[in-house]
Design a protein around this ligand. Structure first.
Ligand code: SF4
Ligand code: SF4
Length: 436
């Protein structure tokens, strides 16, 4: 998470204004074989095999689902090595050395519109399962499970709020490829037979509204979609806050929004729905923000999944100076995971990497100011949960509702004493999970 003592410029503004740079021809990609939800896997290819873009090369095993693993470049399979995943853990990755021919697997096709128009919810769910689409905003939750809801849905919300500081890749994706996002939304509305779509944006994002309104008017005049401006604060992008602000709907903790006829999808995931339905294509590339005060030239990139961050840092003209240590945050600054290594790979769910120059940083004792309590959107008491963790009092952690934490990072951000309060609450969530 961001240290308050860091001199943080508004990097969202800087990267937001720049066109995204394509970097789609890395020499090698490293495909994660494990992730936060899938600990085991089977690899169907071996060192020296030739693979094509979109080919299934293995399968990850989750608790209640399987995830086919796809090649994102064509080329030769290399060895399995350990690389950092955005969860902060080192996991197995298989290298594919690019032959730069970009040969697509035969399963990748251009599905005609009249065929798409006839697809049922179940057929779309099957496509998304095969193409292994997950929540690309970072959740990693399988999209086919979400789309398979049996609850009647009246409203689909595309969450384009992107409220975390520094991040602007969803913004650029909409500005540069609005039709892809709108078609993805059209397919979701068709699958769920929903009557209304909303694209939720922050109130200060006028260019997004202009672009989307224009494309809706010219290309999709019959699509029942409106662009809605919500608040400008953090965590406005938290799904529950989006439903509250857009529809005046309070979804109680522990209940699924679908029970109330609503569902939401992230912007990149919606583009992924388009690619899967239109081209039978898995997620082979993604929009991605590389930023932070240690990087010479912060930039949004469109990269192949499996690209090395070290290579992107070099493309961004490297580090500003030779640092003894940097703070590398994978994911947004409020909810991301910190490491000191830049040996990180862009996975499907890596929205961003933020590299900050390390600064002297000392925690002070809690002064009971209550700032963490006033800021908490989950309406729990982070400081009390922290104290319960220090005493290893699991029952108290449960009573205090630690499991309701959405890991927004606000309690640590506002803490007068610079305490990593969120880390304590995360720990409590894990411990309470054992006794719920
Ligand atoms: S991270 Fe902190 S502020 Fe955010 S929901 Fe959890 S306890 Fe509340
Ligand atoms: S914000 Fe920090 S100092 Fe204030 S009560 Fe919470 S933990 Fe204590």
């Amino acid at each position: 998470m961001i240290k308050k003592s860091s001199k943080v410029r508004d990097y969202k503004e800087l990267t937001k204004a720049l066109p995204t740079m394509d970097f789609l021809e890395p020499e090698s990609v490293y495909i994660h074989l494990q992730n936060g939800r899938c600990k085991t896997y089977d690899l169907h290819v071996k060192d020296g095999d030739h693979v094509t873009v979109g080919q299934v090369i293995g399968v990850r095993h989750g608790g209640f689902f399987e995830q086919p693993i796809h090649a994102t470049v064509s080329g030769t399979v290399g060895p399995v090595t350990k690389k950092l995943h955005r969860t902060g853990r080192k996991v197995d990755c298989v290298e594919i050395r690019n032959d730069f021919k970009e040969t697509y697997h035969e399963s990748v096709v251009n599905r005609p519109d009249h065929v798409i128009d006839q697809l049922t919810q179940q057929e779309m769910v099957d496509i998304l399962r095969e193409k292994s689409l997950v929540g690309l905003g970072g959740s990693g939750f399988p999209t086919h499970i979400k789309l398979a809801t049996k609850d009647p849905i009246h409203t689909v919300i595309i969450n384009a709020v992107e409220c975390e500081p520094y991040l602007s890749s969803d913004y650029r994706l909409i500005i540069e490829d609005p039709q892809r996002v709108l078609l993805g939304l059209k397919y979701i509305l068709q699958a769920l037979k929903a009557e209304r779509g909303i694209i939720a944006i922050k109130s200060d994002k006028n260019p997004l509204k202009e672009v989307l309104d224009q494309v809706l008017t010219v290309k999709f005049p019959d699509l029942p979609v409106e662009v809605m401006k919500l608040g400008n604060h953090y965590p406005q992008g938290w799904e529950i806050e989006v439903f509250r602000a857009a529809l005046g709907l309070d979804v109680p903790y522990g209940e699924l929004p679908t029970k109330y006829g609503v569902i939401s999808f992230n912007v990149s995931t919606t583009a992924g729905v388009h690619d899967a339905i239109k081209y039978n294509l898995p997620v082979i590339s993604r929009y991605f923000t590389l930023t932070g005060d240690a990087i010479e030239f912060p930039q949004n990139y469109h990269v192949k999944v499996g690209t090395s961050i070290k290579q992107l840092i070099a493309l961004s003209e490297g580090y500003k100076e030779e640092y003894d240590k940097v703070n590398v945050i994978m994911g947004g600054p409020m909810m991301g995971v910190s490491t000191v290594s830049d040996d990180v790979i862009v996975s499907k769910t890596t929205t961003s990497v933020i590299v900050l120059a390390d600064t002297d940083y000392h925690e002070e004792p809690c002064v009971r100011c209550g700032s963490c309590v006033y800021s908490c959107p989950a309406r729990i008491e982070p400081v009390q949960i922290m104290n319960a963790v220090k005493k290893n009092h699991k029952e108290l952690m449960k009573q205090l509702g630690a499991y309701k934490c959405v890991e927004c990072g606000l309690c640590a951000y506002v803490c007068t004493s610079k305490i990593h309060v969120t880390d304590y609450v995360r720990k409590a969530k894990k411990l309470v999970g054992d006794i719920r």
